[in-house]
Design a protein. Structure first.
Length: 209
């Protein structure tokens, strides 16, 4: 059974407050999303395996540890998920990046896919699907469906803010997927927006309306 981890680190909560503020402009918003993604990646990669090695320091030989060659992949859900990629790559630069294009039908609130490009060796990689907002859960569930159909056997979902409805949907559809989030908000409004949330993450990232 996958776990839901809410990361309550003081730096995460402080940056999340700045992110929510309607006065925060696109430049700072992008920087905050990237920084938060990096902090969440630190927690989401806590279970990576290590192997022993030996290095020579200026003083003596040291027996120490390195990552054991695990292959990783980052798959942002377009377009808002793009804002999280650079922050994650700063910690795991060897990860390959795929892309899934989904948009939410404004009438039905169900996801519609329009693009998919994944690493060809996805079956050999641990995949992190990323999207700042986990609202209805429809896009996250659809994205997880796509990478599982492509052969991925290990999937984690990394989001900044979630609604209870979104968490419930992901856990019902994919109970094996671990979810990492910075905050669980109150509810969804009639338009499918997270309350209090932060508005439309894509519009705030890219300065669109």
């Amino acid at each position: 059974m996958g776990n839901v981890t809410v990361i309550n680190h003081p730096l995460v909560q402080h940056k999340l407050t700045l992110l929510r503020d309607e006065k925060t402009g696109s430049k700072e918003f992008r920087e905050l999303v990237s920084e938060l993604a990096m902090l969440l990646t630190y927690e989401a990669t806590r279970d990576l395996t290590l192997s022993e090695t030996t290095v020579k320091t200026p003083v003596a030989e040291a027996r120490t540890q390195v990552l054991s060659g695990k292959k990783l992949g980052i798959v942002p859900i377009l377009r808002a998920g793009l804002g999280m990629v650079d922050g994650m790559l700063s910690l795991i630069p060897a990860a390959k990046v795929g892309h899934i294009g989904l948009y939410r039908d404004p009438e039905t609130l169900t996801p519609v896919d329009y693009y998919c490009k994944l690493p060809p060796d996805i079956s050999e990689r641990d995949i992190f699907i990323v999207d700042p907002m986990l609202a209805t859960g429809g896009s996250a569930v659809a994205g997880i469906n796509v990478v599982k159909r492509a052969g991925s056997k290990s999937v984690k979902l990394v989001c900044l803010i979630a609604a209870p409805e979104g968490i419930k949907a992901v856990r019902a559809a994919h109970p094996d997927v671990d979810v990492f989030i910075a905050a669980v908000d109150d509810h969804l409004n009639d338009h499918g927006y997270i309350v209090p949330g932060l508005g439309d993450a894509g519009d705030r990232l890219f300065g669109t309306k």
